[in-house]
Design a protein around this ligand. Structure first.
Ligand code: CUA
Length: 159
């Protein structure tokens, strides 16, 4: 009857709104920065004794549609990320980067995206993104962190 049709239309509209909001946050490349994250002791990060995944940082699969990448920033490299240890994540999947520092303040930016956060010792910076396109993206430290700052970078391989 007529009332049911009206109710159905209203529900469709609500679903439509939610879809629009979701698209706004994760579509078209990227999303959301939250660097208010958890507290962590930088010296424990340095010595690998945090009792967290930061002691053996890397990519952790949560499920088929969500990966978490734990990254330690330190003078003057990202682990993983720098040298012959690129970060590898799949395309079209939610990827949360959790980044902390083992020493001083660093930056964490991925070129060609709007992923860009400060990495403050004692805190865990968190950025969630979705890469729409495969390829190799540059990883850059954009906060001055000492004599080797300009050499601090790496890569993210989206496969
Ligand atoms: Cu690390 Cu600049």
């Amino acid at each position: 009857n007529f009332e049911k049709v009206w109710l159905g239309a209203a529900l469709l509209l609500i679903v439509g709104f939610i879809a629009t909001i979701s698209y706004g946050t994760v579509g078209a490349g990227i999303a959301m920065v939250d660097d208010s994250g958890g507290q962590i002791d930088p010296q424990a990060v340095q010595s690998g004794e945090t009792g967290t995944t930061f002691d053996d940082p890397g990519v952790v699969k949560q499920n088929d549609s969500h990966y978490v990448v734990y990254v330690v920033a330190q003078q003057f490299q990202f682990v993983p990320g720098s040298g012959d240890n690129p970060i590898q994540v799949p395309a079209n999947t939610l990827v949360t980067f959790k980044v902390t520092s083992a020493d001083v303040m660093h930056g964490f930016a991925i070129t060609g995206t709007n992923i860009n956060t400060m990495v403050i010792p004692g805190q865990v910076a968190e950025v969630t993104a979705r890469f729409d396109e495969t390829g190799t993206y540059g990883l850059v430290c954009h906060e001055y962190c000492g004599a080797g700052h300009h050499t601090m970078g790496g890569s993210v391989e989206v496969v």
